[in-house]
Design a protein around this ligand. Structure first.
Ligand code: SF4
Length: 361
């Protein structure tokens, strides 16, 4: 049975839209911090269904978009080193940085292989014992447990030639940075997949420290509209809190097994985010006992280069201060076919989603 079907029912959508129109008596700005929500919101045309007083904006929820150029430079430098194979998810390939990209370097002969999971990268290491395989580990709490399991698996399989280069990040410090940076947000649509791992407790600081409510949402139109309605009610009641709309997937305690494996292998570190710079305590690096698998330690990064001048406003879009339409390159100098910035590369990026679903209307 397709459970999602009932969350796409037209009748339920219409009822929710009526309730939203009745209850939206003020102006509201709600931010989603999940690339899956960005795609869902635009693909279902939700901004166009809502009253004009409700503004949905995207935050730093697309893992490819927030990944730093220095991480890409490091990966590209590794791919040029003899004896190293770089294994990456495909959506990192086209992110531009310093006049090149993993895709361009791969076309020029660099040792870069696209994988669909860390298990494929482990198998690559098992089949190529004469090579060192470096897996580019990106993503939030959703993917970090899988990377942690992969590192443990490499140890069990005796794969001393397997390494990870970690740009893993955790979400709450970035949400704090959004608010402390002055972005005017009345509520957050919190990520469903991250929350399925972490549970709902990680967002308590938003109502407690900032008086901002949040709702953990699913990904279907009924989920998103229900979450918007729940946020409107929190604002109207002046009673911000942490609510779970996505109860079919998220438990308050999350997934303790996944969290434990993540904590076993990773320690919290500072991490650089596009649009924000370094956010304290927002990254995950391997603990000292796993450092032999840490490509960042075993193969040090190349010297930092001067950032390339660009009109790209991806950073401001990730902070929620601008929208894709504000960018002078949007749709002309930057398209999904020829992206000028990270937010246009990833299918979960705000510029990509806005271009794909809004431009075609
Ligand atoms: S449209 Fe392209 S250049 Fe402009 S902000 Fe988005 S990704 Fe950057």
């Amino acid at each position: 049975m397709d459970i999602s079907k009932e969350f796409r029912e037209r009748g339920r959508v219409d009822i929710l839209l009526r309730q939203i129109r009745q209850e939206a008596t003020e102006k509201y700005i709600f931010m989603e911090v999940c690339g899956g929500h960005t795609t869902a919101i635009h693909s279902y045309g939700i901004p166009g269904l809502l009253p004009g007083s409700i503004n949905l904006i995207s935050g730093p929820g697309c893992p490819v978009c927030v990944t730093s150029e220095s991480f890409l430079d490091h990966a590209i430098a590794l791919s040029a080193m003899p004896g190293i194979l770089v294994a990456t998810f495909g959506d990192l390939l086209r992110v531009p940085g310093g006049g090149t990209s993993l895709e361009k370097e791969k076309a020029a002969g660099a040792s870069i292989i696209v994988v669909y999971s860390i298990n494929e990268a482990l198998d690559l290491a098992a089949k190529n014992k004469d090579k060192m395989v470096v897996f580019l580990a990106i993503g939030f709490e959703t993917t970090a447990p899988g990377t942690a399991a992969g590192v443990l698996d490499a140890g069990k399989r005796g794969l001393a030639n397997f390494f990870i280069l970690s740009a893993h990040k955790i979400m709450p410090p970035a949400m704090r940075a959004v608010v402390e940076g002055g972005t005017n947000v009345n509520g957050f649509i919190c990520p469903g997949h991250v929350s399925a791992i972490t549970g709902s407790g990680i967002y308590g600081f938003l109502p407690d420290d900032f008086g901002i409510g949040c709702v953990i949402s699913g990904f279907e139109p009924v989920d998103i509209l229900q979450s918007v309605l729940m946020l409107i009610r929190q604002v109207n009641r002046k009673d911000p809190g942490v609510e779970v709309q996505y109860t079919r997937a998220v438990r308050p305690e999350g997934n303790p097994k996944a969290m434990n494996i993540m904590k076993q292998v990773f320690k919290v570190s500072d991490q650089w985010w596009r649009g924000f710079g370094t956010i304290p305590g927002s990254g995950l690096q391997l603990k000292p006992e796993y450092e032999k698998s840490d490509a960042g330690k075993v193969f040090p990064a190349p010297p930092q280069r001067q950032p390339v001048e660009s009109l790209c406003m991806c950073g401001s879009i990730l902070r929620g201060t601008h929208t894709p339409a504000d960018c002078p390159l949007f749709g002309t100098g930057c398209t999904p076919a020829d992206p000028a910035g990270a937010c246009m590369v990833s299918a979960e990026g705000a510029c990509h989603a806005f271009h794909k679903y809004t431009m075609s209307l």
